[in-house]
Design a protein around this ligand. Structure first.
Ligand code: SF4
Length: 299
């Protein structure tokens, strides 16, 4: 018997892994099938289901490589080049799964430095990608993540007059715009290389459009995934009825019970089947039993 949908769900144009995450997972699986001892610094992606699966195939997660042997996988976020060299010098095999878009951001920073600009990175200094970019430079760069940090840098004289700006690849364009706009009043010369990842930007634009026209917006992805948290915050800006869930079990019935139209989007490290499970739940789930048929009057 075909189930009748209880409500309408509009899914964003692209959900599931981005190509950089897919590539990193495939390279890791290949290394696991071809080599003996494979390890990684930290999690390959910010999704427990995926990391559990890879660890089940033998991937070891370690804090540092100093005492390790075998093959080291570099995550899509990249690693400072000095550390990669150090690992190779130690005799480790290296499988470099750094996303090509992240590599381009590193090269953009190097170009700006070579051309005499103070490199300013708009991003989170604790994020692995930013550490990789900083590690690709000869000189220290300035990292700012919000207007307060920028103003502080200006007050401390750590912001120069001739700056070259790049962005964390997963950052929201709106936030980057605000920071650059303020910089225009502080600096004499600004060169910008737009390093925001196009797939990320497309997803953000699409999700914002979707969030503006549905009753409820659901964003699926891990709470440790920066791009998912940022996507949910962006959607919430356009629709206060936005929730982020890690899987279908976390989505409470009362949240979507009274909605006719729900929007659905995902972070870049969320497996597509988790999104599909959430879609199915919103479409068909109904916790309240159907009202009993009225009893037929008997003569
Ligand atoms: S979000 Fe963009 S930059 Fe990051 S891994 Fe995916 S494709 Fe690469």
């Amino acid at each position: 018997m075909e189930l009748k949908p209880r409500r309408k769900v509009i899914v964003a144009k692209e959900v599931g892994f981005c190509f950089g995450v897919k590539r990193a997972i495939n390279l890791t699986k290949q290394a696991l099938s071809e080599r003996g001892d494979v390890f990684i610094l930290g999690d390959l992606v910010h999704n427990k289901r995926v990391t559990d699966e890879l660890e089940g195939k033998g991937l070891r997660k370690v804090e540092d490589y100093q005492d390790e042997k075998g093959t080291m996988v570099i995550r899509a976020h990249g690693l400072p080049k000095a550390r990669i060299q150090e690992a190779k010098d130690q005799g480790l095999e290296v499988v470099d799964a750094t996303c090509p878009i992240v590599l381009r951001a590193q090269e953009a920073a190097q170009t700006l430095e070579r051309d005499g600009y103070q490199v300013v990175i708009v991003g989170d200094r604790n994020h692995a990608e930013i550490k990789g970019i900083l590690g690709a430079l000869e000189q220290p760069a300035l990292v700012v993540d919000n207007l307060e940090e920028l103003r502080e840098a200006k007050a401390n004289y750590t912001l120069m007059r001739k700056v070259g700006v790049i962005f964390q690849t997963t950052h929201a364009l709106e936030l980057c715009n605000q920071i650059v706009n303020e910089m225009l009043m502080m600096c004499k010369e600004i060169r910008i290389i737009n390093t925001i990842c196009r797939p990320v930007q497309n997803r953000q634009d699409d999700a914002v459009e979707l969030a503006s026209k549905v009753q409820l917006m659901v964003v699926v992805g891990s709470r440790t995934s920066a791009n998912t948290v940022e996507l949910a915050a962006l959607c919430r800006h356009y629709n206060t009825e936005t929730v982020q869930v890690q899987n279908a079990d976390e989505l409470e019935y009362t949240v979507f019970r009274d909605c006719n139209v729900v929007g659905l989007a995902s972070g870049l490290s969320t497996p597509e089947d988790l999104v599909e499970a959430v879609r199915q739940k919103i479409l068909f789930y109904d916790a309240e039993p159907a009202a009993p048929e009225p009893a037929l009057a008997t003569a």
